[in-house]
Design a protein around this ligand. Structure first.
Ligand code: COA
Ligand code: AMP
Length: 630
């Protein structure tokens, strides 16, 4: 039996032994009493009785063990032409002072803090500072519009919001403060204070009495010590798109999270203390939480924080430059980033300028790595290109390959094998029965989920159960569809619900529909994700106008597109809006989005037997013709 097989089996047959051993890599103030408390499914709790501090584990203990002068963080920002490096002791000094000013502002253990920041070192420091004093952070992706930020502020009810004067998106400068002000005006909950980090590119106007200057606070603050928290206390809330307009607040614990991420750094990514690891993502997404901030620091590695794009900052050689300049061992990014590089530099000319001597593997996630991208990247890099399957809910990979354990043979299009702790099964969606290898169905994970996965949804235990565990009793419902092949390799083929992944950003078509439906001329609408050669998927809208609307269609279309961008953010740009007379529906009135999607993607489809009027599908086909049909 290979190492993977042995490890995987042990993790399922004896999870307490397996994860108990993994937990030895973490420094505890008090050891756990029970590795797994399964007394209240699906609310499993890991390392009950354990007491630790995540920030201590990410910073202080490495300093105590002689890594004070090793680099902890490299900030590389081609958009501001800056490279800044922080050793572990420098990073701890900044984090402890930030934690100090949070304390001065009255933030204590269990309080929530919203962080709405661009990709600057202070964003990572803010997260660790919260962890240091036991506060619960909720990072909101900087690309979200005020309405989205307001929804999250109302749900998380932060005492304090931490923000910056601007973000920089390629060549665009985006002032954040007006967005923050608008969000607070929209929100019912009002944070007591906002602390603003003034970047040199834009100076934000501070509102007297509410807004405070970050740098002055930090200068005055006393460094704060780490506050011991229970393993089961929340570390953070991260909102993610669900099928409705209300995002779901995924809650992560401290203990299970630290144990699981440390395990993954060593065994999945093959990272040792002192190695340089780069997740080219954003701190606003789960990948940023787990692998820009916590994972690399928990194991004493150096993390790279990159404020730039794969192309255009300044060219498609940007990734190779960063890998070579900072001696990156492992890069983790989304397939869409590689498609962007491939589009601009198909023969890899830019790669020839750089030596990637330390580089060992590329990890991809966020969407399935399509075989074309896989072959292109692996032939170009001549290193393992590893697709691994992920969700915000799980916080780390559900399936993947193992640079630090046993590199299994790679099959293009497959996310390889389930991770230890994840007993993945494929079920028939209508009967709930398990399907044999080779057959496609919904992908579920047998309870309990391993440590590091979500504990609940923020203050919505009922929704946690209803959304994820009630659909298939005894299993966690991933929302993805796929199958195992004959060799037990996993193929994740896409969501079976209303969630789409656009350029690595998770968005809800249901939420977009709610926004489109609010346009005064719209009677009814549907938004579907359609295939896109760069972004993987993009949203496409269909609109039925109210009777009697006489306005020019072009005007309405532009307004609908603008409305979605304004209310969710530029990342949610509708590819187009098609005005149709009616939408295809079942006799019970359910819109046939799946069939519409197949038509738009140029795939074979069968007319559903439940359809109310088959002619509606032909109408959709002609609306899509000629511009949108593949
Ligand atoms: N703040 C403000 N606006 C943002 C933003 C942010 N943090 N991120 C994206 N946007 C804006 C972009 O500027 C763009 O605006 P525009 O329509 O006015 O030009 C819009 O949102 C769409 O952005 P994006 O989807 O990123 O497309 P793009 O064409 O700018 O870039 C890629 C395409 C593939 C290069 C880019 O999406 C990319 O690097 N993706 C990888 C994402 C990733 O790493 N995800 C994490 C998964 S591991
Ligand atoms: P997010 O919560 O933003 O990480 O998005 C999670 C979703 O992205 C999953 O449910 C999948 O639909 C998709 N996804 C992420 N990684 C992969 C992958 N490697 N293969 C296929 N789909 C993926």
């Amino acid at each position: 039996m290979g190492k993977y097989e042995q490890t995987f089996r042990e993790s399922l047959e004896n999870p307490k032994q397996f994860w108990g051993r993994a937990a030895e890599s973490i420094t505890w103030y008090k050891r756990w009493e029970t590795v797994l408390d399964a007394s209240n499914p699906p609310f499993y709790r890991w390392f009950v009785g354990g007491v630790l501090n995540t920030c201590y584990n990410a910073l202080d203990r490495h300093i105590e063990r002689g890594r004070a002068d090793q680099l902890a963080l490299i900030y590389d920002s081609p958009v501001t032409d800056t490279i800044q490096k922080f050793t572990y002791s420098e990073l701890r000094a900044r984090v402890a002072k930030i934690a100090g000013f949070l304390k001065d502002l009255g933030v204590t253990k269990g309080d929530t803090v919203v962080i709405y920041m661009p990709m600057i070192p202070e964003a990572l420091m803010a997260m660790l500072a919260c962890a240091r004093i036991g506060a619960v952070h909720s990072v909101v992706f900087g690309g979200f519009a005020p309405r989205e930020l307001a929804i999250r502020i109302d749900d998380a009810k932060p005492k304090i919001v931490l923000s910056a004067s601007c973000g920089i998106e390629g060549k665009k400068i985006i002032p954040y403060k007006p967005l923050l002000d608008e969000a607070i005006a929209l929100a019912t909950h009002k944070p007591q204070k906002c602390v603003i980090y003034q970047r040199p590119q834009v100076r934000a106007e501070l509102i007297e009495g509410r807004d405070l200057d970050w740098v002055s606070l930090e200068q005055k603050a006393q460094p704060a010590e780490c506050v011991p928290v229970a393993a089961t206390d929340p570390l953070y809330i991260l909102y993610t798109s669900g099928t409705t307009g209300k995002p779901k607040g995924v809650v992560r614990d401290n203990g299970g999270h630290a144990v699981a991420l440390s395990w993954t750094m060593q065994y999945i990514y093959g990272i040792e203390p002192g190695d340089v690891y780069w997740a080219a993502s954003d701190v606003g997404w789960v990948v940023g939480h787990s692998y820009i901030v916590y994972g690399p620091l928990l194991v004493g590695a150096t993390t790279v924080m990159y404020e730039g794009k794969p192309v255009g900052t300044p060219d498609p050689g940007a990734f190779w430059r960063v890998i070579s300049q900072h001696k990156v061992k492992v890069l983790f990014t989304a397939p869409t980033a590689f498609r962007a590089i491939k589009r601009e530099d198909p023969t890899g000319e830019y790669l020839k300028k750089y030596k990637l001597s330390h580089f060992q593997a590329l990890f991809l996630a966020g969407e399935r790595t399509d075989p074309d991208t896989y072959y292109w990247a692996s032939e170009l890099l001549k290193r393992p290109v590893i697709d691994h399957w992920w969700q915000t809910e799980t916080g780390w990979a559900i399936a993947g390959n193992f640079c630090g354990l046993e590199l299994l043979p790679i099959k293009a299009g497959s996310a390889t094998k389930p991770m230890p702790g994840y007993d993945v099964r494929i079920l028939d969606p209508s009967t709930g029965k398990e399907l044999p290898r080779g057959e496609s169905g919904v992908m579920v994970v047998k309870e309990p989920l391993p440590p590091g996965t979500f504990m609940t949804l923020w203050q919505r235990d009922d929704d946690f159960k209803k959304t994820y565990f009630d659909p298939f009793p005894g299993y966690y419902f991933t929302g993805d569809g796929g199958y195992f092949d004959e060799d037990g390799y996993i193929y994740v083929m896409g969501r079976v619900d209303d969630i789409i992944n656009v350029a690595g950003h998770r968005l809800s078509t249901g939420e977009m529909e709610e926004i489109v439906a609010q346009h005064p001329d719209v009677a009814e609408c549907a938004v579907i994700g359609v295939a896109d050669s760069l972004k993987g998927e993009v949203p496409l809208g269909f609109v039925v106008l109210k009777a009697g609307v006489q306005r020019a269609h072009a005007e309405i279309i532009a307004e609908v597109k603008q409305k979605v961008r304004k209310e969710i953010g530029a990342i949610a740009s509708l590819k187009d809006v098609l005005i149709v007379n009616r939408l295809p529906k079942t006799r019970s009135g359910k819109i046939l989005r799946g069939t519409m999607r197949k038509i738009a993607d140029g795939q074979q489809y069968t007319v559903p037997s439940t359809i109310d009027d088959p002619a509606t599908l032909q109408e959709i086909e002609s609306a899509l013709r000629p511009a949108h049909l593949k």
